[in-house]
Design a binder for this molecule. Sequence first.
Ligand code: ZN
Length: 222
Amino acid sequence: MIWRSRTARTLPPMTESQPTHVVPLEAGAGPENPPCPACGEPLFGWLAARPYLRGPTSRCESCGLGVVGASSGAAEALRELDRLGEETGVRIVNRASFTCSLGGAGWSGLGPEAHYLFTVESVRRLVAGRDQVVGSRRWAPLASLAITWQSLLNSVTLGHNVALGALGRGQAAPAPKTWQRRIDALASIVLAIPALLIAVPLELAGGLLRRGAVYRLNFELL
Ligand SMILES: [Zn+2]
């Protein structure tokens, strides 16, 4: 069984005299809910498998880290984190962004190459294991806008990340049939400007509320 929970599941009291029962996240741990590589809390099911993903997707409800397919643990997550930059800093597509919350499976941070889906908090926990702290976080507005724009387009196309793929910005998962790919190309062109007009205020709000789509994080040694 895949557990779904917020930070803690609260059962309503039967009467006013009975105490509120709170089940900690740890109670959900088990073979189907392995520990989060960043913080150790159990991972819960998030999205079903899709043809272009390496497997079903789970997420940590404590630090927000997402995992596509299986995880081998913190060392692997750190290696993938370092591929996003270098040991002094990285640029992450934020799984805790407005865009991800609204986009769900259409979020463009999900793609054929996606394995670990980072948040600022999950990065903070991961790098703490090698005596580093996140010294600064900077919202990357243009990269964020591109992610939000593509996530909106993903909601109307049959393929995934088609527009950014065509622009050479990441790996697309095209629709399987030729006629579907033609429809996707047409939809991406026709809806490019309308999607941009929605993406701009959405991403501005995300950036202002520290839930932008892309962040640059710099690390410092403890
Ligand atoms: Zn976690």
